[in-house]
Write a protein that binds this ligand. Structure first.
Ligand code: PLP
Length: 357
């Protein structure tokens, strides 16, 4: 018998969420962001599931793009961080990958290439992480034109799009629009998932939905389901042991939680070695037999403890959901002091991904 810990991945929900992004991107299109192993869902299966809906994928790096090619998909792929070595520019050309250039070093790698790949340019509009300054764009475009490099478009990334009350997104959008005025032939791409949920936010030619495809929220003040998204991953396991803790007994490392009254307690076969967050403290929700319970004590590498007071008849072998269709991942992330992005991309290879629909 295999260990009962699994990530069940609902590909129909993934397609549904992509459809929502696509509808919001109209009149533009939505490139499906499948970096970080499809946000932990398995890049090959995610890309295949979206193949007839999404016209283009976006990934962080070349290795991820090659995983999509290996899965037999010929769609255009945008490399959001460009490439990390000169020789990879020719791989981009051979494999029809479109690197997003953000630095002079990457530009210099185009110089020696007979036929360069089609590229995007990353503009820094306020994230101040990567990208060229808007004032340098005219000179940059002239230089690329001279080198016969075809520029597909301009890309920028928002710093605060998750917060509807924060006006910085409008500022960044205006900076990009102004820089783009002189180059009407270039496509524009600004929208991460959060931008799809901002009223009045233009998404221009290509939006770049990531987290929303997987059903988790990109916003500060709403959960995925509240935004109309369907959860894609359900992280499940089983109770492997049940016992009653008498008053004064503690559970787990550090003996951090102590029973005050007789407390039925279950041990679940999942821990931080599976990517379940160790920072999820006492009180973090889970679901046993369809009923909500709370974690107690510290999460171990291979197991964690739950208070079964709300399901006193629970038995070893009973199903446990750590997040998914019955318990929103956004709520678990908040309990662990993090965001769903972190939880989803953190599920380790030990957890088998099981695909449904
Ligand atoms: C990861 C990433 C996205 C997707 O962001 P989400 O918040 O997951 O939608 C979009 N654009 C760029 C440049 C990214 O790196």
């Amino acid at each position: 018998m295999p260990r009962p810990t699994q990530a069940i991945i609902d590909l129909e929900a993934l397609r549904f969420n992509y459809g929502l992004a696509r509808d919001r991107a109209v009149p533009g299109q939505a490139m499906a962001v499948v970096k970080a192993d499809g946000y932990g869902h398995g890049i090959a299966r995610v890309a295949q599931a979206l193949a007839s809906d999404a016209p283009c994928y976006a990934v962080a790096c070349l290795e991820e793009a090659l995983a999509i090619r290996k899965a037999g998909l010929a769609h255009p792929i945008v490399l959001l961080e460009g490439v990390h070595a000169e020789k990879d520019m020719s791989v981009c050309l051979e494999q029809s990958l479109e690197p997003v250039l953000h630095s002079d070093m990457q530009l210099s790698w185009l110089r020696g290439i007979a036929t360069p790949p089609v590229v995007w340019l990353k503009l820094n509009t306020g994230m101040n992480r990567l990208g060229f300054e808007p004032r340098d764009l005219p000179a940059l475009m002239a230089r690329l034109d001279q080198q016969e490099v075809r520029v597909r478009g301009l890309m920028t990334h928002f710093a605060c799009a998750d917060d509807l009350a924060d006006p910085f997104t409008q500022v960044q959008t205006a900076v990009l629009e102004k820089a783009a005025e002189a180059f009407p032939g270039l496509l524009l791409s600004v929208g991460n998932s959060a931008a799809h949920f901002r009223p009045e936010q233009p998404l221009f030619h290509w939006s770049r939905p990531g987290i929303m495809l997987y059903g988790a929220t990109p916003m500060l003040d709403a959960s995925g389901p509240e935004l109309g998204l369907k959860p894609v991953m359900s992280l499940v396991s089983e109770l492997i042991s049940v016992r009653t803790l008498e008053p004064g007994m503690t559970v787990g490392y550090g003996a951090t939680w102590q029973a005050e009254i007789p407390t039925p307690m279950g041990i679940v076969a999942i821990g931080y070695g599976d990517g379940y967050p160790r920072h999820a403290g006492t009180g973090t929700p889970a679901v046993v037999n369809g009923t909500r319970v709370r974690l107690i004590g510290r999460v171990s590498m291979d197991m964690l403890a739950v208070d079964l007071s709300s399901v006193p008849d629970a038995q070893p072998g009973d199903p446990v959901e750590l997040w998914g269709g019955q318990l929103g991942i956004d709520e678990v992330a908040a309990s662990a002091g993090t965001i769903a992005y972190d939880l989803l991309t953190g599920v380790t290879p030990r957890v088998p991904r099981v695909y449904v629909n």
